[in-house]
Each structure stands twice: as structure tokens, then as C-alpha cells.
Design a protein around this ligand. Sequence first.
Ligand SMILES: C[S@@+](CC[C@H](N)C(=O)[O-])C[C@H]1O[C@@H](n2cnc3c(N)ncnc32)[C@H](O)[C@@H]1O
Length: 187
Amino acid sequence: MIASGRLRAHRVGGRWMVGKSDLNAVGHRKPGRPSGAGKPKQSYHRRQDWRTPRHLFEQLHREFRFTLDAAASEENALLPVYFTEQRDGLSQSWAGHVAFCNPPFQHTSRWVRKAHLEAQNGVTTVMVLPARPGNKIWQQIILPFYEVRYLPGRLHFDGAEYPAPFDTAVVVFRQRTDDDPPPAAPK
Ligand SMILES: C[S@@+](CC[C@H](N)C(=O)[O-])C[C@H]1O[C@@H](n2cnc3c(N)ncnc32)[C@H](O)[C@@H]1O
């Protein structure tokens, strides 16, 4: 709140000092807690278009050299080539691309199945997902066959007021070699 300018404060030595009236003005919240505990979860699940933090995308883009943003809108596409809800990235071929995908949080399993299918056709997809290793799709597709990079802390998606109320992972779907056990058929 201090950083965003919503709470007035000044520095004394190594500490931030906040006046009582300034604190009252923002509603008696406990220091260090985001306002309206409980809200972040609701808003994160209501909206489907949180943007990937720029630093995370840039870091992955340097490594993978993406050519397709598979889940985007005209406003938030991260690459010149992208699919939108209207064109439906799930029903398009991703062949010939290195895909980046931060899917809408609803129906993430559809996107996992799609990336799994595309991997069998040689497409590498890097996907940002809520980390839910206990879920069926993680147990059946992600964990047995693909690289998972759990991200430290809670990711603060661009455009969101708060960090996500869930852990996040980057999953790398790549074509498998003959030495790998065969991937399970998506259900
Ligand atoms: C979580 S946002 C990702 C935005 C941005 N590409 C990024 O990574 O920062 C997911 C985006 O996918 C779009 N979307 C929803 N359904 C889609 C579909 N079937 N095909 C392609 N994009 C879709 C949403 O409109 C939303 O803009």
C-alpha cells in the first residue's frame, strides 16, 4: 500500500512510520495484510485474463524463443502470433510453433490435454498453471511426463491487485524421445 501510494508513510532510520489517521483512512487493516482478506481468491477466480508477469515471460522467452501465444486477447497478446477466445486456441493446430500459454484459470485441464496432444506432434509448450499436483490431470499427464518448475512464493499476475492465492508452476510440454515411456492417452 505504501509502494502504490495508497498509504502515506515516511521513513525514520530503517523503519516506515505511518500516522494513525492515515492508517484509519485505509480502514484499520492489520499492517502487512492485504486489504479485504478473502477478496483475492474471489477476484482471481472470477477473471480469466490475468496477465503473465513481464519478468517471468521475458525469462522464459529468452530460454524457449516462443512463436505463439496460445491463449490471449487483442489487448494482452505477448507475441505477434496469438489465438484468442474467438479463434479458439484449443481447436487450432499449434504445429510448427514453440507455444507460450497462460490459460484462463477455468478449464485449465483442457489446455493441459491440448498441450499434451501437441507435444506428441513435436510442439513444445510452456504453460503457467496453478500448481495442483494432487489433481487428476497432474497425476495422469503432467507429473509422469513433463518437466515442472514450481515457482517460489506467490506469483503476482500483471493487472491483479494482489499476489495469486495459490502456488504456481511452469510446465514444459515437450515431445518425448523413444527412450521415454509412452505418454498416457489424454482422456
Ligand atoms: C490468463 S490470460 C493470458 C493473457 C496473456 N496472453 C498473458 O499470458 O499474459 C488468458 C487469455 O486467454 C483468452 N482465452 C480464453 N479462451 C480462449 C480460447 N479458447 N482460445 C484462446 N484464448 C482464449 C482470454 O480471453 C484471456 O485473454
